[in-house]
Design a protein around this ligand. Structure first.
Ligand code: NI
Length: 174
């Protein structure tokens, strides 16, 4: 397992649409291992493969609390069905949009059909944080970030801040 670099917005790779996985092989499993390790090391609860520059429809998540046992979930080729007409609101953040948070409305419940770590077909019903998190991660597979739901003004303020942070972190002071 290895910790990979997480891409930060603005970055054109993050805007790519990810491609379906033909088959879950050892390559996908080792990618999922790396994704999980990368996510844990960054204190995130979800990560899509595109966030480490791999345009495959793969997501890892773990929404267990810090003091609980780790419970990772692996989603390959996830599809969302039966979205609730009622919405719930969460303050969202994203490992590709560091230190920025905003409230986003999303369907309160949904079903997710996917392949697991072993390529086994599964369907789960999601509500609460799980429902919000999987919808946020699914957006990554379409090249969408949570800041895209904000007003133009709010979004441009966040992107400006991120660009500034990037510049300063790329500048070597010797
Ligand atoms: Ni995200």
């Amino acid at each position: 397992m290895a910790i990979r670099e997480i891409l930060i917005e603005p970055n054109r790779v993050l805007r790519q649409v990810s491609k379906p996985v033909d088959k879950v092989t050892k390559d996908e499993q080792s990618l999922m291992d790396d994704m999980l390790e990368t996510m844990y090391s960054a204190n995130g609860i979800g990560l899509a493969a595109i966030q480490i520059g791999v345009p495959k429809r793969i997501i890892v998540m773990d929404i267990s609390k810090n003091d609980q046992k780790k419970t990772p979930i692996y989603f390959v080729n996830p599809v969302i069905k039966n979205k609730n007409k009622e919405f719930s609101t969460y303050e969202e953040g994203c490992l590709s949009v560091p230190n920025q948070f905003a409230e986003v409305d999303r369907p309160a419940t949904c079903e997710i059909e996917y392949l697991d770590y072993y390529g086994k077909h599964k369907i789960i019903k999601a509500n609460g944080l799980l429902a919000t998190c999987i919808q946020h991660e699914m957006d990554h597979l379409e090249g969408i970030l949570f800041i895209d739901y904000l007003s133009k003004l709010k979004k441009s303020i966040i992107v400006k801040k991120l660009s500034k942070q990037k510049k300063s972190s790329e500048t070597l002071v010797i």
